[in-house]
Design a protein around this ligand. Sequence first.
Ligand code: NAD
Length: 501
Amino acid sequence: MTTINWHQCAKNIDLSIYDLIDGKQVKPNSDETIRKYAPRDGSLLYQLPVGAPAEVERAVACAKQAHKDKRWQGLPLHQRQAMLRKLADLIDTHQNTFALYECLDAGKPISRAAREVTIASNMLRETAESADKLFSAYIADEAYCAYHLRKPVGVVGAIIPWNYPLVIAALKIGPALIMGNSLVLKPSEYTSLSAAYLATLALEAGIPPGVLNIVHGIGQTVGAALAHHRDIDLLSFTGSSATGKQIQIAAGQSNMKRLLLECGGKSPYLVFDDCPKDLDMLAADIVGTMFQNQSQNCMANSRLLVQDSIKEALVPKVLEQTAKFIPQDPLDPNTNFGAMIHETHMNNVLSYIDSGTKEGATLIAGGKRVHVDTGNTDSGGFYIEPTLFDNVNPQQKIAQEEIFGPVLSILTFKTEQEAIELANNTIYGLAAYVATENMGRARRLSQDINAGSVMFISTSTPAACSQQLGKEGHRESGFGAEGGLLGLASYSLNTCVQQWT
Ligand code: NAD
């Protein structure tokens, strides 16, 4: 990584954006455009057409035809697997290009962006490999058997956000295609580059025309047209809970399409005084999980709930670790903390910081926008310091709402019951992290905390999260599993077949 001159590469990279419809790359067709600014320096990166419902019509019609004539679902599974593996290999071959696109578009550190490319390609491979594991059969005797037949749902629409553009695209493309569906994918209007490039590789991988379609544009045009479309059989959405609710309305007003909704979060990190003894390790985990991707991460542990008996020992360590995250130019390979996605979002996060102080919490780190030298004279990148608030009241805005930025709220509890109540005291239920060595407590909390994923930190830091099981949000974090075998089930219809012979 370190030998590449990323600044030079960034000057030469092609920023063209194409839709992919019926196996052809086409320029998004609409006169109206939005300006996309680079998070790292605020300069104009490209202009994106807002997109038109007519393009959604064309893409959905092609996907529907592809489903009907079985050009994809009719292929033997091993052929579909081979093409998805080829796509994964092509992504790896073009790792540097993808990393640069993600870095420029999303403002994420280039080294992190490169890791995400590998995560995306591995995800595609693992999904392809697991497709033949999703069967169940019941055989009573010679004369009777029953089994679940998994069938493609049909035309899948996928609407994705800007925080992990390539990874989330892979999370949807893999299961949708391996289960035999055809797909129309809408990337976020803030991060269009990696999906546009992926479209070229999908053709090279041999995926038949019309099976994977990509339509760029904004939510109000392209997204809404997909959500209301009567020929979309399943809509898989990742984004905010507010948009998720709009999607539910659109599904109800149109064809009652199936929905997978992966929405917002306000995840707690609970630390009990029976946590692992190594508080440096623990603080590094708390801070590393929280500030990854500038905390623009649905599973960010934006609430640190600490048992009062251990608070005095832990908080200085958390401060120490936080100081290691310094906003810097995302194109620098040593950067671990980049820029916020856009100016409005940055200002929104700053207004949360303002409210934190006004509502009585104690600011103990960060709190400001900072200037980062990117070697560019018009440098006006969207950088905010990692920020910590202590003595946060559970009812404060910063303890209740998803900020989606680097603002960590510290709250305290005395008893396990109080900890559970605090953990569950938001509208969300996406993830929770718990530091305890007490396995009985771990068992109770996995039952009582309202979250689709609960991670226990008991002896050492988890090296990697597994996608193998699949997971889903609870409450206003959404519903429907993604990832693993559960995710494959979400992207297919289940027919129970009973046979008497
Ligand atoms: P967003 O809801 O603003 O946009 C997400 C997508 O929806 C974009 O492609 C957007 O164009 C589209 N969209 C907007 N309005 C629409 C409408 N009316 N109809 C159809 N589509 C519409 O979210 P965002 O700001 O892009 O992403 C951040 C949010 O995503 C956060 O809330 C975060 O928690 C959530 N997220 C959740 C997960 C998860 O796994 N649960 C993962 C990543 C991000």
